[in-house]
Design a protein around this ligand. Structure first.
Ligand SMILES: *Cc1c(COP(=O)(O)O)cnc(C)c1O
Length: 219
């Protein structure tokens, strides 16, 4: 199957209110251009340098999403163009994003990453951390960032009941936090192996890589 066919199959199978982020990490520009020429305009990368390189080489109407763990000292390389940062997991990081956004006279949309997986390797804050932040004065002083939703990654397991419970927990957290912060609109959850389940559990944004571009080859 071609990238174009894969994309069309996924898009035709998801509801209209769900946004598809094409996760293109490790893939060459030619693959991304195939998706672009099939109409895809939202791409997700997990390394800032790689995203900046691809941004430079590709058409400028693409929305670039940073979906990976963000190192504070690299925020400056994406502040000018990034359209959504999914993995915000600390106030320190948020402050740095705010500072770099200000230099470019921008407001950068961000998602709080909530830890839902039962794995130490996964990043994220707790629902309580997020709630406390929304209520804090230091948060309200950050004028160059906007938290527009939440992101989560389920445990890497074949146990779909566990994955479903983790997605449901994130959806409940999302609904609760929305009563505190009406700007929350996006619930980013679901990847190639679990996006259908994620949508059933309330996802509004899925991050799909290998089902579009094929398996990744890490070297
Ligand atoms: C790589 C990655 C994805 C996409 O994974 P696939 O299984 O290839 O769809 C989604 N989200 C994050 C945060 C990722 O790092």
């Amino acid at each position: 199957m071609s990238i174009k066919n894969n994309l069309q199959n996924i898009i035709s199978s998801i509801p209209e209110h769900v946004t598809l982020v094409a996760v293109s990490k490790t893939k060459p520009i030619s693959d991304l251009m195939e998706a672009y020429n099939a109409g895809q305009r939202i791409f997700g990368e997990n390394k800032i340098q790689e995203m900046a390189d691809k941004h430079e080489q590709m058409p400028k109407d693409i929305q670039w999403h940073m979906i990976g763990h963000v190192q504070r000292n690299k925020v400056k390389y994406m502040a000018e163009f990034v359209s959504l940062i999914h993995g915000v997991d600390s106030f320190k990081l948020l402050k740095e994003i705010n500072k770099q956004a200000k230099k470019h006279d921008r407001v950068i949309d961000c998602l709080f990453q909530i830890k839902i997986a039962d794995e130490d390797s996964k990043f994220g804050m707790s629902a309580n951390d997020a709630s406390a932040l929304f209520q804090s004065d230091e948060f309200s002083e950050l004028k160059n960032i906007k938290i527009v939703g939440l992101m989560g990654m389920a445990t890497f397991t074949d146990d779909m009941t566990q994955v479903e419970n983790e997605f449901k927990f994130l959806k409940t957290t999302f609904d609760q936090l929305k009563t505190q912060n009406s700007e929350l609109k996006i619930l980013s959850m679901g990847m190639s192996g679990d996006y259908k389940l994620a949508i059933k559990c309330g996802s509004t944004m899925i991050r799909v890589g290998s089902s579009i571009f094929g398996a990744r080859n890490y070297q």
